[in-house]
Design a protein around this ligand. Structure first.
Ligand code: FNR
Length: 386
């Protein structure tokens, strides 16, 4: 079937493209404006080469890492992505289930289309919660309280969305909340009967429960207009410090792209930072996450976990990020492609592919486990001198 023949993340992407209406696929796959940052995120990995060592005993290649004091069986975390019931009826439960099955963790988005209580209750291991600091302190305090009461173990605060980036494909496709059917979008939906059948045979989300946390949209609005209405671009470091204090547990600051901001995050009590440009969905012409990773790693003390996301599509990409100082990678689109291709099983397929690729890469570069990676494992592509 669809999954058995998927050998790479690119294959899962192709399967997702076939299954999803154009409007939904573009929402997942697209980036902001000219998609320069989206393209760079992936290209940056291709600019790094390995320095393979030989005759090293690589018969054992453990992949486990410790992030925020928790052992993860592989150096990969399923990142927060909202509105996932648009992709498949299992929605955000699928990433929690797959992460649990592989001994890692998923981050449940503030924009989750399954209530955060239901995601937390659906798996035996504690997951992480991602906070968008929407609205005023009262609203934020209420969301933080719900996340704490649901048993989430860590909070990821995403700070690269003061306003929504210009995802121009969504505007062109007329992506609205609630999704609106007109002749053009109707045709798009009808041409994807598998997806449509999934939607019609499962309880349909109204917008009130489409996201457990967002408020009901008034009438039909574009997704960006709607989301901008929730956001509060006035938040500063002082508000972050207050959120860290309200939460009480470990906090990851997501969306850090400079050494200065990474330092500041540590100063206000964050235990980890996620180097991220939101998968190229926010500011365009922001550099690739991988390219600023060394700057961030250099800026923070060694006991601060540096995570990275953006453009990870191969196990080899994870190995490169770890060699350059990341503790683990977050994945956005790769797990969503898996979800589209086959629900929880598709997300698990994606994780199996990456685990396998990481394992083989370690053997081929002479590194017996992810703990042995350092910057001597990678370099630029050597060029012949004329
Ligand atoms: C996201 N991302 C995101 N981030 C976040 O903090 N909260 C969210 O609700 C979302 N929602 C979301 C939806 C979709 C469809 C995508 C693709 C992404 C960003 C995400 O967590 C991550 O930073 C990027 O996706 C990483 O880049 P890759 O792995 O997609 O290249």
């Amino acid at each position: 079937g669809r999954l058995a023949s998927a050998v790479t993340v690119a294959d899962l992407r192709a399967a997702a493209r076939r299954r999803l209406p154009r409007m939904v696929f573009d929402f997942v796959d697209g980036g902001a404006e000219d998609e320069l940052t989206l393209t760079e995120n992936e290209a940056a990995f291709d600019r790094v080469s390995f320095r393979p060592r030989v005759l090293v005993d690589v018969s054992e290649r453990p992949q486990h890492v410790t992030v925020l004091g928790r052992r993860l069986e592989l150096p990969v975390i399923l990142g927060p992505t909202g509105l996932m019931r648009m992709v498949d009826h299992e929605g955000e439960r699928a990433s929690a289930a797959a992460a649990h099955a592989f001994g890692t963790v998923s981050v449940t988005s503030s924009g989750s289309s399954v209530s955060i209580e239901d995601v937390a209750a659906s798996v035996a291991s504690p997951q992480w919660f991602q906070l968008y600091p929407w609205g005023d302190r009262g609203t934020v305090e209420n969301i933080i309280g719900r996340a704490r009461d649901s048993g989430f173990e860590a909070m990821v605060v995403t700070v690269d969305v003061p306003v929504v980036g210009a995802r121009e494909k969504d505007l062109r496709n007329g992506l609205t909340v609630p999704p609106q059917v007109n002749p053009r979008t109707g045709w798009d939906l009808l041409r994807h009967p598998g997806w449509l059948a999934g939607l019609l045979t499962h309880p349909r989300p109204t917008f009130a429960n489409f996201t457990g946390l967002m408020t009901e949209a008034k009438g039909t609005t574009g997704l960006a207009v709607y989301t901008n209405g929730l956001l509060n671009p006035a938040h500063t470091w002082r508000d972050l410090e207050w959120m860290v204090e309200r939460w009480g547990g470990p906090v990851v600051l997501k969306g850090v792209m400079t050494g200065e901001d990474a330092k500041r995050a540590v100063d206000v009590g964050c235990r980890a930072v996620a180097v991220s440009n939101h998968g190229g969905r926010q500011g365009d012409s922001v550099p690739a996450a991988l390219d600023v990773l060394p700057e961030v790693v250099d800026a923070v003390p060694a006991d601060v976990d540096v995570l990275l996301d953006g453009g990870v599509r191969r196990g080899g990409d994870v190995v490169k990020a770890l060699a350059l100082g990341a503790r683990a990678c977050l994945l956005g689109r790769p797990w969503v492609y898996g979800l589209a291709a086959g629900g929880t099983a598709g997300v698990e397929r994606m994780l199996a592919i990456l685990r396998d690729e990481i394992d083989r890469t370690l053997a081929l570069i002479g590194r017996p486990g992810v703990a042995t990676l350092d910057c001597s494992a990678v370099g630029p592509w050597p060029r012949a001198v004329a």
